[in-house]
Design a protein around this ligand. Structure first.
Ligand code: BGC
Length: 454
């Protein structure tokens, strides 16, 4: 039996069936609001049309370049689509230094163009004129496949001079400034779109792409008739269009206030985008560790953990050091640890607090705290996914998933399925698949289907 005090401490993180249903209804209402021109401005979930209308068939061929910017790293990729649902990817990771994440936009784009040029040079592709797909994983209002206006930065980025601008143009200009490679940017896409495309490349039933990584978001296949926001001169001669829900922003009109805790409020208050991305702040890797850190601080203060130690003050100081000392990956490690050895948990406790022999009880309590935080995150993501599955007219829907939280957490998938079984309509069938390199393969596939359409 879990200790009563820690149960009480975590009570607010355990969502009741009523709360789950209520969040579900509010989420579905918000998606409808985002799609309609008349209510779009008021909606949190912007449901941006991506202008991608064709899912891949698996027959796509050719070589493409891809850029992937959106989390802690930046990548350049060379993707060879080989037909028969097959692809080969070569890639290079480049760090995005912290100061570039908040420095002038021009410098960020110069860095991107720089890395791209180095990659092209290394692969001797200077004059190969390969088409390029740019996976830019931030909320963008797309005016077409190649034009994407950044509406706001998220996930710790905050470069001035980019919001309100077309990131396709900024990239093009940075490439021109260098003047040493001829590269045509043929598509800009979100990572969720890439995930959906790369999973659809393997499984024809895939209709939704979800990321639970540094940030959290989804893209899905919507009936064109429901999408008011498409450009007037856009030909509506196809049945579907992919929509980037931007669900990370859900809750900004107070819809989640009845389930948010004091810890959620503090994480938000101390973030660089206060009052924004509230759903994301309860579900994604950038914030889950911060939540656990705040709960641990409270647990120590009220002697719920490390009860017998006289070094609690010292432990509290260790947690105060900075908001990211308790990394989100620790949650995955602790939840995959086994009773009663708790070897990973003990290593983390030693690293953080210098405490060598934490008791089994303390390890169990810390594990329970992590479980409550990640289970709530998975439940919320599952609410969103179920809402989208129920909107889609196909009876069978496969959900493509990616992101470090989903990928490395031992039970995130199981937690999600649990909630989905309660919410997905009984006449539907669903499955979840792990995406393989959505940002790279997905970018190439968008570029490929775009040229097919042309
Ligand atoms: C962004 C989305 C992105 C998600 C996952 C969010 O912060 O707004 O565009 O898809 O992170 O990377």
């Amino acid at each position: 039996m879990m200790d009563v005090e820690v149960r009480e401490l975590m009570q607010a993180f355990v969502l009741s069936d009523y709360q789950v249903q209520e969040v579900y209804s509010r989420f579905c209402a918000e998606i409808s609001k985002g799609l309609k021109r008349s209510t779009h401005a008021l909606a949190n979930t912007k449901c941006f049309p991506t202008y991608v209308q064709d899912l891949p068939t698996g027959d796509e061929m050719g070589k493409y370049l891809a850029l992937d910017l959106g989390g802690t790293n930046f990548r350049v990729l060379l993707v060879s689509l080989k037909g028969h649902h097959d692809a080969m990817v070569e890639s290079q990771i480049y760090a995005v230094p912290k100061d570039l994440m908040v420095g002038p936009g021009v410098e960020l784009f110069d860095h991107i163009a720089d890395c791209l040029a180095r990659f092209v040079e290394k692969h001797e592709m200077r004059n190969s004129h390969l088409p390029l797909g740019f996976t830019f994983s931030f909320p963008c209002e797309q005016k077409g496949l190649k034009e994407a206006i950044l509406t706001r930065w998220t996930k710790g980025f905050g470069c001035p001079g980019v919001e309100g601008e077309d990131v396709g143009r900024l990239l093009h200009e940075a490439i021109q400034r260098r003047g040493d490679a001829e590269i045509a940017v043929v598509a800009i896409l979100n990572d969720t779109t890439g995930t959906l495309m790369s999973c659809a490349h393997r499984n024809a039933d895939c209709r939704i792409g979800v990321i639970v990584g540094t940030g959290c978001n989804a893209c899905y296949v919507e009936d064109v008739a429901n999408v008011d926001l498409l450009h007037a001169d856009f030909k509506r001669n196809q049945k579907d269009v992919l929509v980037n829900a931007e669900w990370g922003a859900f809750g900004e009109s107070g819809q989640l206030d009845f389930v948010r805790t004091e810890y959620d409020r503090e994480v938000d208050d101390t973030s660089i985008n206060k009052s924004e991305q509230l759903f994301e702040k309860m579900t994604s890797g950038m914030y889950l560790g911060r939540l656990v850190r705040l709960i641990l601080m409270r647990a120590m203060q009220s002697k719920v953990i490390f009860k017998l130690s006289n070094r609690r003050e010292h432990f509290a100081t260790a947690l105060q050091k900075n908001e990211d000392v308790f990394e989100t990956r620790f949650i995955s490690e602790i939840e995959s640890d086994s009773f009663p050895e708790f070897s990973k948990t003990r290593t983390i406790i030693t690293e953080l607090f210098g405490l060598e022999k934490a008791s089994v009880e303390d390890c169990q309590k810390i594990k329970y705290i992590c479980e409550c935080v990640s289970k709530r995150a998975a439940t919320l993501v599952a609410i969103g996914v179920s809402g989208l599955i129920n909107r889609i007219s196909d009876r069978r829907v496969v959900v493509g998933m990616d992101g470090s939280v989903y990928r490395y957490h031992p039970k995130f998938d199981a937690y999600m399925r649990n909630t989905m079984h309660k919410l997905v309509k009984s006449d539907k069938e669903f499955d979840i698949m792990l995406s393989e390199d959505g940002s790279g393969r997905g970018a190439a596939l968008v570029a490929a289907v775009a040229s097919k359409t042309k």
